[in-house]
Design a protein around this ligand. Structure first.
Ligand code: SF4
Length: 705
């Protein structure tokens, strides 16, 4: 039997933030080396506390995508004719150093920036951030987490004092009322949804989403509110609860600040007004309120429908506010719960050294800089005393000629950035673009001046932090192809070649870096200094933060704020709110439709960089772009199912197949995010607090082709 394994190890999946445990089955090497023949197949781990023996199609196919023919197997450098040609690592590293240093010499240290990811282990992200900022002198770097989780991070920081999703996955099963807002876990987080399906409380499931998604179809009440009206919805709900005296007065008095102002503010959000703004009948709003009121353990869950909005932060806080006023924090089955996107978005949020200093600290605070300098033994003056530009500001910086060199690691902005037609122009203005990736075929890698071949999931060690704050272990179970190297090794090589390698001598390998991370976390809310080592993580089935060296709670599933104490200095959570704003680009006139975007399948991931490499996953999803259009709109425009149509916005025009359905509301269109065409149409609007792009709504029109 060709794939008969000799032994089994475990590792966490490297796609989404669920963080499922997988058994990886290994063959011994030709001379009997244990596991030396590498991974031959995998199965979900039954004992892992996250997934309890389940995995989605992406997890099952995680090994298959490593064998793709378009893996980057050697560094590629553009020659004088603009053609990428293989070079050796020496040449690649020399070029990296010479070109970026020349740009810095001419335009200043800040003229080179980096864009990283939520897809690589925390150890790699922290080393990248440290090398880039403390070694190479860069000030500006951000991650693709700006596109998914920035809003949740800012909302939590402002409201509860730290970027701290409070829940544990047991809450999916312990809640007797789950409110999903702009979230479709059936597709986007299928194993979390399986946890909901295990709920024995006969829960109410309310889904606030313009589309009749797979999750909405399983709801006890679907609330098809107009796009981006969820902020008004929660203000109206809060007002109704306050007017009826359904406030947890003890919790509010003892653990929150700003309630009275909030109560006055939401008075204006009568159901009459909210009905106009959401398009939901007042009777439906009342029904939703009564259903929530009738239950004891109410949890609210949100994802990109909230985060990717022009008013995402205040919308997330409208959810947090509602959970605060009902005292739904810190108890089983409760919480205002952001579900993270990428496998290590939280590692990035806390340790990427981009807009926040390592460990959830602040670049602008002298004490934080001194602490990090001491812990890492780097001169304090090497630590920037200000935040990085956020992703959209880096893009703007390139447009203005202030950023001239860009280093992109494990992300694909030429596909995924909002209004990507503009980005093509932006990237072409760079003096030097480096892309470090597993594949040389991404839209961004194809236009790079230099491609650095990287190992992927399964080809390197490290840790990731999932949505419930669980730190899980990734393992090297395959050899990377050709000359591809772990990102950790690439960062070390770059530091040495740049001339700052001695600053990072202690970062010898990922596990050594993990011990540095423990040190950086100590005393912070995300303290995990009590985790002994990688073996501890492996044996425990991952460990949730906080897990301090002294007095750690050994329970496998833990939630935050059980004592009602939040992370602000006064221990109180804040009610934060403001008047909802209209859509930046409302439908009307030449563009009568509201174009929504989002995940289209459980089998595909983001820009399909990896998932398109699996024949199984390809079969589970159409290989060319389609647009969802409501039956009545299709009839009115005389568009037949499967007909090729044009979808146009002010920024571009694309061809797509019509998918005629009742799942999208009349007057709206839906395009999946996985196709490169989609972001040719989206509008470059951002939340003012998180600077997260508002991918979810812009004006468009539909034409028969
Ligand atoms: Fe991997 Fe997420 Fe699927 Fe679990 S749900 S197998 S973590 S992609």
């Amino acid at each position: 039997v060709v794939n008969q394994p000799d032994r089994t190890t475990t590792a966490v999946c490297g796609y989404c933030s669920t963080g499922c445990g997988l058994n990886i089955h290994l063959q011994d090497g030709p001379n009997g080396e244990p596991g030396g023949g590498g991974a031959v197949n995998l199965t979900p781990t039954t004992e892992y506390p996250v997934n309890l023996g389940m995995a989605c199609p992406k997890g099952w196919e995680a090994l298959a995508v490593l064998d793709a023919p378009d893996r980057a197997v050697a560094p590629l450098l553009k020659d004088g004719h603009g053609k990428q040609k293989p070079v050796n690592w020496d040449q690649a590293l020399d070029t990296f150093r010479d070109r970026f240093q020349a740009i810095q010499k001419e335009h200043g240290a800040e003229s080179v920036a980096f864009l990283s990811t939520g897809q690589i282990p925390t150890e790699e992200m922290a080393l990248l951030g440290a090398v880039a900022k403390f070694g190479m002198g860069l000030v500006h770097g951000d991650g693709n987490t700006r596109q998914c989780m920035a809003t949740a991070a800012v909302a939590y920081k402002q409201s509860v004092g730290f970027d701290a999703p409070p829940y544990t996955y047991a809450d999916f099963e312990e809640s007797d009322c789950l409110i999903f807002v702009g979230a479709n876990p059936c597709l986007a987080h299928p194993i979390m949804w399986e946890r909901v399906m295990r709920n024995k409380q006969k829960p109410e499931i309310l889904v606030l989403d313009p589309r009749a998604t797979e999750t909405a179809m399983n709801a006890t009440l679907h609330l098809p509110a107009k796009p981006k009206s969820d902020q008004s919805f929660f203000y109206g709900l809060a007002n109704y609860f306050i007017q009826n005296g359904w406030v947890d007065r003890d919790f509010v008095a003892n653990h929150t600040a700003g309630f009275e102002e909030y109560a006055r503010f939401v008075e204006a959000f009568t159901f009459e007004r909210v009905s106009k703004e959401t398009g939901l009948p007042a009777e439906t709003l009342r029904d939703a309120a009564l259903r929530i009121r009738a239950r004891e353990r109410v949890s609210a869950w949100w994802t990109m429908g909230v985060n990717q909005s022009h008013q995402g932060t205040r919308t997330a806080q409208a959810i947090i506010n509602f959970q605060l006023l009902t005292g739904s924090f810190g108890k089983p089955g409760t919480g205002a719960n952001s579900i993270t996107g990428q496998c290590n978005a939280m590692g990035s949020r806390l340790f990427s050294n981009t807009t926040g200093l390592l460990g959830g600290r602040d670049f602008k605070k002298a004490a934080d800089r001194a602490a990090v300098a001491g812990m890492l033994n780097v001169p304090e003056e090497r630590i920037p005393d200000r935040d990085s530009l956020a992703y959209p500001e880096i893009i703007e910086g390139i447009l203005k000629g202030k950023i001239r060199g860009l280093w992109v690691i494990a992300t694909n902005p030429a596909h995924s950035w909002i209004n990507r037609n503009q980005l093509d122009d932006v990237l072409s203005r760079l003096d030097f673009l480096v892309v470090q990736d597993m594949y040389h075929s991404t839209e961004t890698a194809k236009i790079a001046d230099l491609v650095l071949p990287a190992a992927g999931w399964g080809e390197k060690d490290g840790t990731v932090i999932n949505s419930e704050r669980r730190i899980g272990l990734l393992k090297k179970v395959r050899k990377a192809p050709g000359q591809a190297l772990a990102d950790f090794s690439i960062f070390k090589l770059i530091a040495d070649r740049w001339g700052c390698g001695e600053l990072f001598e202690e970062w010898t390998d990922p596990e050594a870096a993990f011990h540095i991370l423990k040190r950086l976390s100590a005393g912070m809310p995300c303290d995990f200094s009590g985790i002994r080592d990688y073996r501890h993580l492996d044996e425990a089935g991952g460990v949730q933060w906080p897990y301090p060296a002294e007095g750690a709670d050994p329970a496998v599933e833990r939630r935050l704020f059980a004592d009602g104490r939040f992370y602000h200095a006064d221990g109180r959570a804040k009610f934060l709110f403001e008047e909802p704003r209209p859509l930046p680009e409302a439908a009307g006139g030449k563009y009568p439709f509201t174009l929504l975007t989002g995940r289209g399948s459980a089998s595909q991931w983001h820009t399909q960089t990896r998932t398109s490499k699996s024949a199984v996953l390809r079969k589970l999803y159409p290989d060319s772009v389609y647009v969802e259009v409501h039956v009545r709109d299709a009839r009115r425009l005389q568009i037949a199912p499967e007909q090729t149509v044009r979808v146009e916005s002010q920024r571009g025009s694309i061809r797509a197949k019509a998918f005629v359905t009742n799942g999208v509301p009349e007057g709206c269109l839906f395009l999946p995010m996985h196709y490169p065409e989609t972001n040719q149409l989206t509008d470059g609007q951002f939340d003012p607090y998180s600077r997260q792009p508002a991918y979810k709504a812009c004006a468009a029109r539909l034409l028969a082709d």
